[in-house]
Write a new protein. Structure first.
Length: 161
């Protein structure tokens, strides 16, 4: 079952790339005591994710933070090397926290997993966005149509903030 408004995020450990290499971050490290916009993508470097979804969050970075948000993070069922390369490629380093959920631990526990093995992609994340306040979901948007980033895009999050 998909996580819903009012629920606490599941405990998970992510990996992220830093200047010093890979670093593990827990759900508590990222969300405890903070207001965070989290969005999920099926995969780094995939067309809709790279061309439509992520750019909106980069373009609206300052506007989102100006509404009381402490951080913006993106999660994908990719490894930390891929997420680190995507951060560099997109110019998002230092603006968005790129979280690798390599085995889909968080994605499955939050009920946001999608079987994309028919397209050769295996277990992935549904495209979503959410506002998380001190570890609790206060708004969630799960995209209904593949290849689109409308309901889960930055403009929708700005409306909800």
């Amino acid at each position: 079952m998909t996580i819903s408004v009012g629920e606490k995020l599941p405990e998970a450990t992510f990996k992220t790339m830093t200047e010093d290499g890979a670093k593990s971050l827990t759900t508590a490290d990222i969300f405890a005591g903070k207001k965070v916009v989290l969005f999920g993508v099926p995969g780094a470097f995939t067309p809709t994710c790279s061309n439509n979804h992520l750019p909106g969050y980069l373009e609206n970075h300052d506007a989102i933070l100006a509404r009381g948000v402490d951080a913006i993070a993106v999660v994908a069922v990719n490894d930390h090397h891929v997420m680190g390369a995507w951060a560099r490629f997109t110019g998002g380093e230092g603006k968005i926290v790129y979280l690798a959920d390599g085995n889909g631990q968080f994605t499955k526990a939050a009920g946001l997993d999608a079987d994309m093995s028919g397209g050769g992609m295996g277990l992935r994340s549904k495209r979503f966005s959410m506002i998380v306040d001190d570890g609790r979901v206060t708004a969630i948007n799960v995209e209904g149509s593949p290849g689109q980033a409308v309901e889960s895009g930055a403009s929708r999050i700005l409306e909800q903030l």
